[in-house]
Design a binder for this molecule. Sequence first.
Ligand code: NDP
Ligand code: 2IT
Length: 451
Amino acid sequence: MSQEKILKQVEVRNPGETEFHQAVTEVYESVKPLLDSSEKYRNFKIFERMVEPERFISFRVTWMDDRGEVQVNRGFRIQMNSAIGPYKGGLRFHPSVNLSILKFLAFEQTFKNALTGLPMGGGKGGSDFDPKGKSDQEVMRFCQNFMLELEKHIGHRTDVPAGDIGVGGREIGYLFGAYRKARNEFTGVLTGKGQGWGGSLIRPEATGYGLVYFANNMLGTKNKTIENKRCLVSGSGNVAQYTIEKIIQLGGIPSSASDSSGYIVDEKGITMEKLAFIKDLKNNRRGRISEYVNAFPEAKYFETDHSADHNPLWNIKADCAFPCATQNEINALDANNLVGNKITMLAEGANMPCTPEAIEVFLSNEVMYSPGKASNAGGVATSGLEMSQNYMGYNWTAEEVDNKLQGIMKDIHDTCLAAAEKYGHKGNYMVGANIAGFIKVADSMIAQGVI
Ligand code: NDP
Ligand code: 2IT
């Protein structure tokens, strides 16, 4: 099928699923020269197969809120591709969750997981349930009812979910408890578990730490490091918190954080003490980032105007940027503002936080840019290490896991650069990540026949 036909068919088969179209188009454009030159990928219809989930499950989740009112939500699991291992990927609980968002995430996850070098296929799931403002009991009842259905479709050798937006340690605990009860078995069916019940050390930190390790590798190609670099970070959840932590540990200066209501700017830099405040605020008190300025009045808080054509957070002077909140949070105007302020590097912590137009701005202005499927892969890689430890019935030390994580991030970095250079796009991490991830999955699919 020609380029137009393949992308057209994705649009026709998945009407209105704009995020999914966006993710598919990016990968397609990167691998097109490979498809053009390789008869085997064309004859085996590899790309056409990759954009069709192997299976997706959609179900009703009914639960009772604290007032005794019955609530109805939607639950999903996209089992995208299992050519190189069991389906693996997070669960997102957010009111915006729909098939388009989960399909884009599952599609990206397939290539990301291939890049880690570990045997994990691609999957993603979640619900339009909004944990914000819910009591612990409500979250627990929701998780139990969600798992009542999901447990029929997952397993430690079949499909291993984990966290994502709105799903952290608390939710994984409730989900794991419900699975164990339903199946009467204790297996590593979820990752991101607690330390005492099968979790891996460093998994909570892994996405953010891995992101900064990756960024340091990128800067290393120009004989630079993150030390003394001013860094913009968006988000204030799991990924943002440990990105900020690792930037501080490596001598950088994180100067912002955000949530969906607004952002804080702390020109003096977020210190370990200030980060401890953010962790307690977000993970225990479940408050808003605006409260940061009450504790640290030297910082400033700005509300986000969601109807504006750009986000002023990305117009603050800095050397590096780490978007760690959500998809499409940086558009072309934001990218131009970053370029105007002479940003040297942007590494994606979130999945697909930059629009295609924003990426174009970075690439054409020689800003070092890395796609989430490469630079945020440390989270799922450490999930893979958690699975290995569960299979072995053994735990590695924090130092052992952290060393493996650093090695994996370096390998992913080098793999992206090597693939980019081989296919004529020297220094382009996006093309390199897409091609290297694609080849691994594609060749495995071909070896396993037409199924
Ligand atoms: P969390 O739920 O811990 O934090 C999400 C953060 O992003 C919060 O600060 C949240 O603000 C903000 N946010 C969420 N949605 C929006 C939105 N629509 N507009 C503005 N801000 C928003 O999630 P994570 O930190 O786990 O995930 C962040 C990103 O990283 C996601 O893109 C996720 O897919 C990706 N990722 C996560 C991994 C992981 O291991 N957890 C691994 C790899 C990637 P608020 O509280 O107001 O909603
Ligand atoms: O987007 C991601 O890579 C994640 N949310 C983590 C997935 C995982 O299985 O650890």
